[in-house]
Design a protein around this ligand. Structure first.
Ligand SMILES: [Mn+2]
Length: 405
């Protein structure tokens, strides 16, 4: 069996004023083509399906249409709720999704999911002619059985257990089962992950799919609502842990094998332009990357005159450009000329000649200084020394990991 692991679609996310929905639609088509070419049986999306808890209706349309596209050729699709998703809203269409072999994963108990229904699926959406529908039914070979903790996917003799744990916020944990608040959050997450893996059968290939912010450090800390958890929360039983949340691809743990696949589109200027998905072969027991090409790339360019701005924008025609402008104040006409260029996305003034109050760019600051600014912005206070050093350590680890892989 082959599993495609992706995450962090952030449907509806904009880059400043630019909508990314066309790119997100193209991305889903690329994923579907890749799944065809690689004979993928299950598409696993490890959280942050949407960018906002109440996504724009256009983004929901891309989602629903996109899930059907991914489910073509009888593939199973699993969409797990991340920290950006409102799982109740995301799973509202569950009764319809179940019939299509699309698992909308926003809870811990999937035992209500009927294998019976899915073993005898309806023909696919009316995109195909009747002959194609017959072909589809022949190719329909995946059955999904809901369990407490996740699903078992069956293809002939091959079986794969997939434990599904949406981003375990405190409110979600308390909805899933009674919490003992004398036990630390990280320990309760650990217990929850173990609980989800309880249904694993020794002979099946075992995957845990979840959305977490993990750190190699043993200290867990809350950072602006984001909780970094130690690797010790991970159970040992899975053959592969499919993670979402970090937009850069990297292997955070070798035993158990745990990987962030990274976001499939470039969403920030300081994010890598190389995007891929992971393909897991449950028979060969391999994890490989398949490179993605969808979506525009983001570039930053320095300029000190209007003409130089236009030249830099021309250089990256068809992409997104953020200009770091360090010249004389721009006149109205020049500003309009720059802003109406199709590649223009953003302009930040780094320093204006003759002005004293040069605006410092974030890129020139250390991680600690950026954290100070962020903390002051959110809490109007300075962070504690412990918290700040935990943040710096975490950033160091993330950068190291990203460099190594
Ligand atoms: Mn996330």
């Amino acid at each position: 069996m082959k599993i495609l692991h992706t995450a962090d679609l952030h449907l509806g996310k904009r880059l400043n004023k630019a909508s990314r929905l066309d790119e997100q639609t193209a991305l889903i088509k690329e994923l579907s083509k890749l799944a065809d070419a690689e004979n993928v049986d299950v598409v696993l999306i490890a959280g942050d399906i949407f960018d906002a808890s109440v996504p724009p209706s256009e983004a929901e349309r891309v989602f629903y249409r996109g899930m059907l596209t991914l489910a073509e050729r009888g593939r199973a699709v699993v969409a797990l709720a991340g920290n950006h998703d409102d799982e109740r809203r995301m799973c509202a269409a569950k009764p319809l999704a179940d019939l299509q072999g699309i698992v909308l994963a926003g809870e811990l108990d999937y035992s209500a999911l009927g294998g019976e229904t899915l073993s005898d699926p309806a023909p696919p959406p009316s995109l195909y002619a009747l002959a194609d529908a017959a072909d589809y039914l022949q190719k329909q070979r995946i059955k999904i059985y809901g369990k407490l903790g996740g699903v078992t996917v069956v293809k002939g003799d091959e079986k794969c257990d997939i434990a599904l744990v949406p981003y375990p916020s405190e409110s979600r944990l308390s909805r899933w089962y009674d919490q003992d608040y004398n036990v630390q959050y990280s320990d309760r997450v650990k217990q929850t992950l173990e609980k989800a893996c309880d249904f694993f059968q020794p002979d099946n290939y075992k995957i845990l799919c979840t959305h977490l912010f993990l750190t190699k450090s043993e200290a867990s800390d809350a950072l602006g609502g984001l909780v970094a958890l130690p690797l010790s929360v991970l159970p040992q039983s899975p053959d592969y842990i499919a993670l979402g949340h970090v937009h850069k691809r990297f292997r955070i743990s070798k035993a158990p094998l745990a990987e962030y696949c990274g976001s499939p589109l470039q969403y920030a200027y300081d994010e890598s332009r190389n995007k891929s998905v992971n393909i897991i072969d449950t028979v060969k027991r391999t994890v490989t990357q398949a490179v993605l090409s969808s979506g525009k790339k983001l570039y930053e360019a320095d300029a000190t005159s209007a003409d130089e701005c236009i030249a830099k924008l021309d250089e990256h025609a068809g992409e997104y450009v953020r200009i770091r402008y360090g010249g004389e104040p721009l006149g109205k006409d020049d500003a309009l000329r720059i802003k109406s260029h199709p590649a223009f996305n953003d302009l930040v003034v780094t320093a204006t000649a003759g002005a004293d109050n040069a605006v410092e760019r974030r890129a020139h600051l250390t991680d600690g200084e950026i954290f100070d600014l962020y903390y002051k912005y959110r809490r109007n206070d300075a962070p504690s020394v412990e918290l700040k050093s935990a943040f710096i350590q975490l950033m160091g680890e993330l950068k190291n990991e990203a460099d190594q892989t």
